[in-house]
Structures are given as structure tokens and as C-alpha cells.
Write a protein that binds this ligand. Structure first.
Ligand code: 8ID
Ligand code: ZN
Length: 352
């Protein structure tokens, strides 16, 4: 344990599903034998945090709950069994806080599928607090030369879209449509896709998001709010008019989950990542079969995906826009997010 650790800290806490989220003082937690305590400096705000507040999903959260799972900071204490992580290391607490590491899923590098997985800001307290706990085996190792504010969104959004792009099977030179491209995951997806040599068709709404997506490297933008025939528009944006090779669905709305299989190219793959409440995927059986189309889900990433996604950031390939705001103003971010008004990501500064 590092000396001079405070007994109390500031945190954003919800007492019941639906909120509100209150800024208050709570005890600094103590790490267990296989855990580290991270002094969180910055935490990205993911739409998942808002789903947790709103109770959108079939799995209940712990309550009271400290949300957040894109937390970047400095290790200040560690349990007796921890040898790999040192006090003073920079570390990230991500959605997958811990897993058993011995079930068949963990053994094949599918830690997110572990039945005993611990989820930051959902089943265990997350990163909207100044000191958060993570299992040492799962904390992201952040190189010291990397800025902690800019890297925070990589810890969920970056890892997730990087993994999703790998799952899509799209190869350099091919085209991927990113649906919800102007949001947190989408803006990072534009950058990872570009860095992976893919061409990007960005789909979202409004001039601000259009401008951002084009600056991030998209070759075309389709505005779902004004398009009269989105399926046709997306296909028309591809070189031979047959549609993108892959589609990454990161929108928080059911409709695009019911359109993507129509405009993806034959042999193409639709990857569902966004998790709109109560939504269903839909696809026409005839076109899916005779077009040999694949529809699949993708869920965060494992420890290797984490290291790789961070390495893209370290190499300067990922420069997605983010805005910083005091942690005590988290509710404002949720309000803007609910209205779809955020282009890119918000990052909270836990010192304010
Ligand atoms: O592992 C996973 N599968 C995973 C990991 C992290 C996050 C899944 N998620 C989920 C979140 O829980 C959330 O449901 O991904 C979704 C997107 O998270 P986000 O990027 O943090 O949300 P955002 O910043 O609010 O962006 C959503 C974007 O979707 C656009 C909005 O305009 C916004 O820019 N959008 C909507 I709503 N409807 C659209 C539509 N019909 C649309 N874009 C295109 N077409
Ligand atoms: Zn997230």
C-alpha cells in the first residue's frame, strides 16, 4: 500500500436504476490479494454507462453503483499476490474488470464470455471515482508516454471497435460501413478502420458529425436522418455499387440493425456491437441465403485485443476527438448523449 492514501474520495453514485447520479464522498476501496487500486485521472463516458443508469438491459446492475469503464490512471496500491503490476505504473480499468482465467472461454482467449466475468461500472464499481479497483490480470497496461485523457476512450470504445473490425473479416482495401460513426465507438471505428487499410462509409446524422467523420478519414457519409433510401445510398457509395464488404453496427437504435443485411455486399459480414434496449436483428432470409451473408455479434475484446488497440494509439494512428468535463458534471454528458448530441467522446476529469 502506498503511504498517504486518503480514506475518502469523490465519486458519482446512483442509488437506484433511473438515477439521478449524485456527486458524493465515499470510502476509498481496499484491493484484495489479486487486485490493484488505480488512482483514476480520466474516464471516458460510454453509452453503456447510460444504459446502466436507465436499466435498459436484461441483466441488473449492482446498487448503489459507481459507473464508468474507460478509466485511465496510476496504480497506487496492490494486493499481496500481485507481482506483474508495480506501484506507479499507468493502468486502465476497462469493462472486463476480471474473469476466472480457467474456464474453457478464458482458456481460449475469450475472457469476455467467462460466466464469472466481473463488469466495471455494472456488476462491480467502476471508474467514475478517484480510486477504483481492478483485477491485476485484467488491467490495461498503459505506456507512460501516452496521455491519460486521450487514451481513456480506447479502453472500451477503441478495444471494442478494433475487435469488431477483426471479427468482420474485412481486408485492407475493402469497404466497411460504420453505422453510428459520429458517436464514441463510431468515431474511433473510423480511425481504426482507416489505420487497418479499410475504406469507410460513415452513417450518422447532421453536419457536425459529417464533418468529423470526413476529417477522421471516411470516404463517404450517409445521413440517416435525411436519406430517402438509405440502403440504396450506402450501396451507391461503394465502388461497384454492390455494397460494403462489412458493416459495423454501433448505433443505439433498432432500425439500422434491420437494414444492414440488406445493403451489405454478397459474402459480406454484418457485425452487431451497439446494444439498443429490447432490439432485434432482422434480415430477409432469401437475400441472406443467396448472398451468403454473415450476421454476428462482437463483444468488447480480450487482453491481447487490449494491448493491440493501445498500441495503435501509442503509434499515433488514433486521434479521435474528445472533450473533457469535470466528473461532477456527468449528468450533463448523459443528457447530451440521450439526445444523440455528442460528436465523438466525453472524458471526465475525476479531480473536478
Ligand atoms: O462490446 C460491445 N458490444 C459494446 C462495447 C461498448 C459499447 C457495445 N457498446 C454499445 C453501447 O452500449 C451502445 O449501445 O455500443 C453502443 C454505442 O455506444 P457509444 O458509441 O458510446 O454511443 P454514442 O456515443 O451515443 O453513439 C451512438 C451514435 O449512434 C447514432 C447516434 O447519432 C450516435 O452518434 N445513431 C442512432 I442513436 N441511430 C442511428 C441510425 N439509425 C445512428 N447512426 C446511424 N443510423
Ligand atoms: Zn463502453
Amino acid at each position: 500500500m502506498a503511504p498517504n492514501l486518503p480514506e475518502k474520495q469523490w465519486a458519482m453514485v446512483i442509488e437506484k436504476t433511473g438515477g439521478p447520479v449524485d456527486y458524493k464522498e465515499i470510502p476509498v476501496p481496499k484491493p484484495g490479494p489479486d487486485e490493484v487500486l488505480v488512482n483514476i485521472k480520466y474516464s471516458g463516458v460510454c453509452h453503456t454507462d447510460l444504459h446502466a443508469v436507465n436499466g435498459d438491459w436484461p441483466i441488473p446492475t449492482k446498487l448503489p453503483l459507481v459507473g464508468g469503464h474507460e478509466g485511465a490512471g496510476v496504480v497506487v496500491a496492490r494486493g499481496d499476490l500481485v507481482t506483474e503490476v508495480e506501484i506507479g505504473d499507468h493502468a486502465g480499468i476497462k469493462w472486463l474488470n476480471g474473469s476466472c482465467l480457467s474456464c474453457s472461454f478464458c482458456m481460449q482467449g475469450d475472457e469476455p464470455l467467462c460466466p464469472k466475468a466481473l463488469l466495471s461500472g455494472y456488476t462491480v464499481d467502476g471508474t467514475f471515482q478517484q480510486y477504483a479497483i481492478g483485477k491485476a490480470a485484467h488491467v490495461a497496461r498503459i505506456p507512460k508516454e501516452v496521455p491519460l485523457d486521450g487514451v481513456a476512450p480506447v479502453l472500451c470504445a477503441g478495444i471494442t471497435v478494433f475487435k469488431g473490425l477483426k471479427e468482420s473479416g474485412a481486408r485492407p482495401g475493402e469497404t466497411v460501413a460504420i453505422v453510428g460513426a459520429g458517436g464514441g465507438l463510431g468515431s474511433l471505428a473510423c480511425q481504426y478502420a482507416k489505420a487497418m487499410g479499410l475504406q469507410v462509409i460513415a452513417i450518422d446524422a447532421g453536419d457536425e458529425k459529417k464533418k468529423m467523420c470526413m476529417e477522421l478519414g471516411a470516404s463517404a457519409f450517409c445521413d440517416f436522418s435525411s436519406s430517402e433510401n438509405l440502403v440504396k445510398d450506402v450501396q451507391a457509395a461503394t465502388e461497384d455499387g454492390t455494397g460494403p464488404h462489412a458493416v459495423l453496427l454501433v448505433a443505439v437504435n433498432e432500425k439500422p440493425f434491420q437494414q444492414a443485411a440488406e445493403y451489405v455486399r454478397p459474402r459480406g459480414t454484418v457485425v452487431a456491437i451497439g446494444l439498443p434496449a429490447g432490439a432485434f436483428l432482422k434480415a430477409p432470409v432469401f437475400e441472406t441465403v443467396i448472398g451468403m451473408k454473415t450476421i454476428k455479434g462482437s463483444y468488447v475484446g480480450n487482453r491481447k485485443d487490449t494491448t493491440e488497440a493501445l498500441d495503435f494509439f501509442k503509434r499515433g494512428l488514433i486521434n479521435s476527438p474528445f472533450k473533457t468535463i469535470g466528473m461532477s458534471e456527468l449528468q450533463k454528458v448523459y443528457d447530451m448523449m440521450q439526445q444523440g448530441k455528442i460528436a465523438g467522446r466525453y472524458v471526465v476529469d475525476t479531480s473536478k
